[in-house]
Design a protein around this ligand. Sequence first.
Ligand code: PLP
Length: 358
Amino acid sequence: MSPPSNLGNFKDGSESAAGENYADINWDNYELGFYLVPTDYMYVMKCAKGDKFSQGSIVPYGNIEISPSAGILNYGQGLFEGLKAYRTEDGRILLFRPDENAQRMKRGADRLCMPSPSNDQFVNAVKQIVLANKRWVPPSGKGSLYVRPLLMGTGASLGVGPAPEYTFLIYCSPVGSYHKGALNFKVEDKLYRAISGSGGTGGIKSVTNYAPVYTAMTEAKANGFSDVLFLDSATGKYIEEATACNVFVVKDNSIFTPEIDGTILPGITRKSIIEIAIDLGYQVMERAVSVEEMLGADEMFCTGTAMVVNSVASVTYKETRVDYKTGPEALSAKLRATLVGIQTGCVEDKKSWTVLVD
Ligand SMILES: Cc1ncc(COP(=O)(O)O)c(C=O)c1O
């Protein structure tokens, strides 16, 4: 989706009430959504096959030139990550658990036979690119700066095999809400997102995990649903996750979420919400969750960096539609408020999850 034309003039800076320099977006009058608003700079670091990443640089944001024979274009040798930078009320900029993204990228890189930046390289690069694009970090309460690291085989290789060169690139975009309101899920019972079990790639953020979901997602959206919920490919009896978020169901005072078994993505929001819920006194069980159990639940919600925590209003499985509790009284609202509070510096970060960008 492209940004609306009334968003503002991206190239001119404007002075905020706090005297801070911001990109000239109508921050007060326009509600950002989740689409690309190009910023000033991106980060690029390259490394040859068999080497280690060493030195990256900040360059103007723009198109990149790669060989038609690049590993990423021909054989899908690529990963992406996603995290956000938030501006606090007192003007600081915070990242949320960037080391977790670094580790997840490393696990994916090992699986796809790619070198990966070290944790420190990853986190430092994210800090640098956020600082370089500081004027695009929305004012507190107006959104966040979405940070998108990519790791890809950019070297040319005609034959099937690991690319001879790799690029780690980070670009950013200011974003607002991913979804507006509670979601209506359609359970997909014919196409699968990932192969069940630990042998596949469902548990990493391989670029190849996303396009295979589009047919089901497009059809569901055309029929008025917000997203698709995928089932396990071995039995088709258990829920896994949606297109790009993890799912939770709530029954009485217990919370259930599919366990991390190599098939579903180990979401950083998922992991954080589990800890927050346990701290708030809820019982959280990570185990297989059947379709029947989901249909009998009181509440359902999903988690992901882009949406943070979003409640699910309904699920439709074959001919059955079930409605769930939503609104301010729902548990998901409480969990979301705590997590967003920590991410934006409004709630004390007792777990040292946030990282200051300075
Ligand atoms: C398939 C999939 N599942 C779950 C998630 C949620 O993960 P996280 O909370 O780390 O953003 C994402 C998004 O990254 C995703 O693409």
